[in-house]
Design a protein around this ligand. Sequence first.
Ligand SMILES: O=c1[nH]cc([C@@H]2O[C@H](COP(=O)(O)OP(=O)(O)OP(=O)(O)O)[C@@H](O)[C@H]2O)c(=O)[nH]1
Length: 728
Amino acid sequence: MRRHHVTSRRSSQSQAADSDRVSLLISAVAKRTLQGSLEDEKAAMVLNPVISKLAGKLVVLASASPRRLEILRNAGLRFEVVPSWFKETLDKSLFKAPHEYAMETAKQKALEVARRMPFKHLKTPDIVIGADTIVAVDGMILEKPVDKHDAYRMLSSLSGKSHSVFTGVAIVLCHEKENDEVDYQLFDFYEETKVKFADLSENMLWEYINSGEPMDKAGGYGIQALGGMLVEYVHGDFLNVVGFPLNHFCKQLDLIYNHGAFSSEQETSPGSASHNGTHASPTILTQSSPNAPAQSSHSNGSSAKHNPSASQTHHTQSSPSASPVHKVKKNDGESEVGESSWTLVNSLSKHTDDRQAEVIDSENAALLMTSRGPAMELNVTEHEGGEPRKEDLQRITELMDGFKASKALFTASKMCVFDLLQSRPGLNAAQVAEEIKASVKGTECLLEACVSLGLLRSKERKCQKPVYENAGLASRFLLSDAPFSLQGYIQHCDKTVWPLFSHLEDAVREGSNQHEKAFGKKSKDVFQDTFYNSLDVKLRFMNAMHSIAKVTGKAVATAFDLSSFKTACDLGGCTGAMAYEFTKSYPGLSVTVFDLPAVVEMSEHFHPLRTDNRVSFVAGDFFKDDLPKADLYILARILHDWPDEKVHVLLSKVADACTPGCAVLIAETMLDGRTPYSALQSLNMLAQTEGTERTESQYADLLSKHGFGNTRVVHTTNFLDAFIGIKL
Ligand SMILES: O=c1[nH]cc([C@@H]2O[C@H](COP(=O)(O)OP(=O)(O)OP(=O)(O)O)[C@@H](O)[C@H]2O)c(=O)[nH]1
């Protein structure tokens, strides 16, 4: 048996004992995490033998589930979240047992992200974690309900009975090789927990369904919240039901990193990974070429086609996967810019089924910067001759050139290139130049820059000039009328943030905002004197806040279950975009938007239809005036505008307005992950308002001084993190 085969049970009793000791500790920690224990830092130390193995690695959670994020974050793991685009549509009838379906789905979720990241995010993760939770009852597999009737069908099938919850987990290790290929090594496992439901009356069922809780949860219930009331008993790992079997995961890491299941690059090369015909080796995939994305963004993962008979056997609760070896190699066929084809060879099963993967779209470059924080430090090494490595040069160039990319994006957006190509795809540079009233030479450069950034696609035609169309990123975020349009925010970045950043050195030296230098205006109060002082600047600022609130609103509103609150007040809620997301998520909630008179008078222009009368607007200054009464106070991107002294003034007014049980919900990007986004955003706040971003514990401290406790944080997959504190 190969040294790194991972299906083997631990060979000695002492190993088992060690691992079990770790697991017991983990189990205790896991149970505490859901109660929002503040001892997590300490707990993570206890877990060091396992978790510390991942320090310095770029760990990615390929999941949009806020519960998985919270479970892993609370366990002390540092990671980025990149939700998978894999559609959960595998044919269930092909699987012999429900857990096989969950494991295969988890695997496809993780592989999709592992393959996408080098092209879309311009960085290769070290580890990608995917998971899938399902409920199995009476021979049926239940996933998330599609609507209330589906939730009813699911919950009534669980009433009065015992069922199994399976979570399949896939851990994909990515090994970058010298020749730009990436090996993917897969470890997967599953965990089963048995849950017994009480008899549920029709009333109970509908009351629960109408709470909205079932909709994003496997089997239509959330055991960690209201759904806990439906449960008589649980046999097995509670966190497995919630969406992630933390204990088993840590055992698995222990096996991989401490007990030799991990393979070095050499060991995992396709040649040496040739298997022994058993299902004991991890899966290894090799992907070549940094320029070619691995699979279509919304495909069902067919580039690693599901083969139940070859890859689904012998997954037991205590042993990792027994998956076959795959190799992916580049097919040097005809290629358009950013497009390429891939071939997948299943070498273990010796099938002659070389499979042609889908043709890929050309979004093979990311808009985002790719520096890594200390939790994922750059591993800068030199070749033998002292020459710097290509990847290091690439990363440092990206950092040096980040401003050029931003400005190219701002310019194309301002010149309406994306709107134009949406209505008339397939124009060449001269045609675009004519429409946007610019030089052909300049337009050509700009369009090519946008192609290189993954914002546009170009198509070469024989003996003709290339033609252009929007890539997915542009269609989703850069059109003026897209539901998630960031155009307003982009204009603000161009017109306000850009000039402020050109005085960053002064901002850093002085610790002050740079409005006076950038715009020639002295301002005592940045909002009253600058942002809301003239109509065009005010509209631009409101547009920026509106677009960010529309993109982030749902994630903030649903980070916690807020259905018990009946009234909310969104302080500094600007156009009400966030408030509308809250009322959409909670049918029983009314929200008052409280903002300066100059803002409130313009807000209705942003909601011409005003369809929801549960959102109302009140004008006032939250530092001076009485706050509207509410059970829940929302502070989204507000506290980062101010230094601590002002934050205390505001929080004390909020605290005065609260009775015990009321809550404050803060939505900000938290500094804890040390991501470029949050750290740069903090610099931005310094230069704009003399404010700052903060860490979770800083927010907890600020709130505790005003009588708020039971704080919890959810790191959403969107720009903002959500933090809640309850008035004690
Ligand atoms: O008691 C609970 N049971 C289940 C859940 C949550 O249900 C979902 C399961 O869905 P899935 O595994 O497909 O994961 P997604 O949320 O779609 O995220 P991915 O991006 O990973 O596909 C999961 O979120 C569980 O946490 C629950 O909350 N309580």
